[in-house]
Design a protein around this ligand. Structure first.
Ligand SMILES: Nc1ncnc2c1ncn2[C@@H]1O[C@H](COP(=O)(O)OP(=O)(O)OP(=O)(O)O)[C@@H](O)[C@H]1O
Length: 292
């Protein structure tokens, strides 16, 4: 995504409380020697009325964090709250209702129903829940997303950007407490991606929504109010009022560290394969990396 078109995010007003919170959030996949610690005792507060981006190297735990905060995945240890409701320990049926009533989702693949038109897709979650959308809110969402003249179109009659705008409207329709967006621009060209990011920004600034977005794209993260950086299942840094350049620079540091770790591993393997005592020299190399 090209960074010049990104308008710098305005300085946000004071946050009105916490939309979601986790303490000691730990998630392990597998058992025994094959266990992968995807999240390692994460503490996080998601500010209400703000746009938070989650970044980090591949495999750092971004999707797992989102899934655990949204009650899509169980946790191994720790506690998670949506607003004042603790979701850890809720039964599956209660979680389903909570997700349906209080959370909106956007995914990389827009997940629209091909046989329904745009309006039917937008209201589908509420129809399933047997709830009527607030008409004034729905009109506002449709106009904010510029979908007024596309409501009778089916997904196949819409561009990728328009389909993601429909998915965005669907996520907003029930006026959820929190919207989780997982790589929402991943399938879009840069112009359509910028447009969708602009709408998410407006959803926060003009409609008072709360958005958490997982992304690999520094340009996308620059639309947020705060970037959380994950590495090896931990939040290792955060950046308020990010720019694409600053996020890119921060991400490059992960590559440098990863390169050094790979280098150490390679040298240890090399020493082992030669039958040397790897501990001495390898410890020296590890020390260098730790000091860097
Ligand atoms: N269902 C699963 N079973 C086993 N391991 C998993 C599972 N889901 C995720 N993991 C592992 O947990 C770690 C974190 O994965 P996660 O998908 O959260 O990372 P990510 O930062 O979102 O990665 P990416 O940027 O590549 O999408 C990785 O090591 C991954 O292999």
């Amino acid at each position: 995504m090209s960074s010049p078109a990104v308008r710098p995010a305005p300085v946000p007003p004071p946050a009105d409380g916490t939309a979601a919170r986790a303490r000691g959030l730990t998630k392990a996949y597998g058992q025994g020697e094959t266990t992968v610690l995807a999240l390692d005792a994460v503490d996080v507060d998601i500010a209400r009325g703000r746009f938070t981006a989650v970044m980090g190297p591949s495999g750092s735990g971004k999707s797992t964090l989102m899934h655990c905060l949204a009650g899509l995945d169980s946790v191994s240890a720790g506690r998670v709250w949506l607003g004042d409701t603790e979701i850890t320990g809720l039964r599956e049926r209660e979680l389903t209702r909570l997700r349906r009533d209080r959370i909106g989702f956007m995914f990389q693949s827009f997940n629209l129903i091909p046989t329904l038109n745009a309006l039917e897709n937008i209201t589908l979650p509420m129809d399933i829940a047997g709830r009527k959308p607030d008409p004034a809110w729905l009109e506002q969402v449709i106009d904010t997303l510029g979908l007024r003249d596309r409501l009778t179109h089916r997904p196949a009659q819409l561009s990728g950007g328009q389909q993601q705008r429909v998915a965005c409207a669907r996520a907003l329709a029930s006026r959820p407490e929190l919207i989780f967006a997982d790589e929402p621009t991943g399938n879009l060209d840069s112009r359509a991606g910028l447009e969708v990011l602009g709408f998410l920004r407006e959803a926060v600034d003009d409609l008072g929504q709360t958005v958490v977005m997982v992304t690999h794209d520094p340009g996308a993260a620059a639309h947020s109010d705060l970037v959380l950086f994950l590495a090896d299942g931990r939040i290792v840094d955060e950046m308020p009022r990010p720019t694409a350049e600053a996020v890119l620079e921060r991400m490059k540091r992960f590559d440098v560290v990863r390169g050094q770790v790979d280098d150490v591993r390679g040298r240890v393997d090399d020493l082992r394969s030669r039958g040397d005592d790897a501990r001495g020299p390898a410890d020296g190399v590890r020390g260098q990396v730790a000091e860097d």
